[in-house]
Design a protein. Structure first.
Length: 391
């Protein structure tokens, strides 16, 4: 076992070692100081979250976000859980033609140690460092290992996204320190402390993925995109709409859909100065959150059911953006996954409330909109008729 670590993360340090049979391995050891300080740090962050939550105006519940962050952080300290998840991913993807998952030696893991196969290659951090010095990332990779960087990044993007639908989890921490590039267009994923799970309503999630496929194919449908976000993340309103549709033969969903999307389109059309920079840099979620729904004018109660998948997605997108291949890579990833899974039956968690509760949810939502933006309320109320809310 080497006496000095060759890599370090927030919670652990990694040492290179050789087993008696000659296998090269990497041993990740949990820092003792983490165990001493983490619970105090979490309590401090909880206090900060409570302070920020007072007077908070966005559509996110800060305390809920903090609780989910706390659970994710504590999972990263559970080395037995990480070792078994890494072993599961190895078995799941061991025959993948491009993506390599290191073998985990479960009999050499413990509460504070994880032992895995050592993967030789160049770290993606080295490619980013070379790009910062003026090198072309694609050319640097080709000269270093003879592989296509875009091909490798497409491979892990497709694997992560498809795994969320097919397997229910995917690697949740794709930052450059956890990715190695190998010859023959292969790419390795490392560090499995975070697993990303998709929202339970995979059908609604797939509809949002299809909207992103349209975006990166050059067809930004602001109305379809807005409704896909609402349908996936604004669960109280979506549930109320689904409930009333049982009694109104789809009329209420049509009315709410038209009310929200036409209002969003109107705001979009009148905000070109604000949108220019966001659209140029493909910041489409921010187009929704900071322009269309500025200061949460739509009074949406955004519920991020599984924040790890959003974290993993943004991390991957930021990574390929930093490497200068974002548009080309995402166009291929979304197109290939949509084409492959288009005919797959997606699970949904469609739930219902009582008709009276559904009417109350929609009425209270409109009242909140009126208190925030009377002009938006007027646009919405012109579309949603009182008759449609009768049951």
């Amino acid at each position: 076992i080497a006496t000095e670590p060759f890599a370090a993360g927030s919670f652990g340090q990694v040492y290179q070692a050789t087993l008696k049979n000659g296998d090269a391995v990497a041993i990740k050891a949990l820092r003792p100081s983490v165990l001493e300080n983490i619970h105090f740090d979490i309590k401090l962050l909880g206090f900060v979250a409570r302070v920020i939550s007072f007077g908070h105006k966005s559509s996110f519940d800060i305390l809920d976000v903090f609780e989910k962050f706390k659970l994710t952080t504590l999972k990263e300290l559970d080395y037995p859980l990480e070792a078994h998840y890494a072993s599961e991913l190895y078995k799941r993807h061991k025959d993948h033609p491009s993506v390599i998952i290191p073998r985990t030696y479960l009999d050499l893991c413990s509460k504070h140690l994880i032992t895995q196969e050592y993967i030789n290659g160049i770290m993606l951090t080295d490619v980013l460092a070379a790009k910062d010095q003026g090198a072309d990332a694609e050319e640097y990779t080709r000269q270093a290992i003879g592989s296509s960087l875009s091909y490798q990044l497409i491979a892990i993007g497709e694997l992560m996204l498809e795994s969320m639908f097919v397997d229910g989890t995917a690697h949740g921490d794709p930052h450059p320190g956890n990715i190695k590039l190998l010859p023959d267009n292969k790419i390795a994923l490392l560090d499995f402390g975070i697993s990303a799970s998709p929202p339970s309503d995979k059908k609604a999630f797939f509809k949002l993925v299809k909207q992103y496929q349209k975006i990166y194919a050059g067809n930004f449908d602001i109305e379809g995109y807005t409704w896909a976000i609402v349908n996936l993340f604004v669960r109280d309103l979506s549930t109320a709409v689904r409930t009333l549709d049982k009694y109104n033969q789809g009329r209420i969903q049509h009315q709410v859909f038209m009310a929200i999307t036409e209002s969003a389109s109107s705001i979009f059309q009148s905000s070109f100065d604000d949108l220019d920079n966001l659209l140029h840099n493909n910041k489409f979620l921010r187009v929704f959150s900071t322009v269309i729904n500025e200061n949460n004018r739509f009074a949406f109660n955004i519920d991020v059911e599984q924040p790890e998948f959003l974290r993993a997605t943004f991390m991957y997108i930021d990574l390929i953006g930093a490497l200068g291949v974002k548009n080309d890579v995402l166009n291929v990833v979304y197109t290939n996954v949509v084409n492959k899974l288009e005919s797959t039956e997606m699970a949904t968690n469609r739930t219902y409330v009582s008709p009276e509760d559904a009417v109350s949810i929609i009425a209270e939502w409109l009242e909140k909109v009126a208190s925030k933006d009377i002009y938006l309320y007027q646009m919405l109320s012109r579309r949603i008729t009182p008759r449609a809310l009768r049951v």
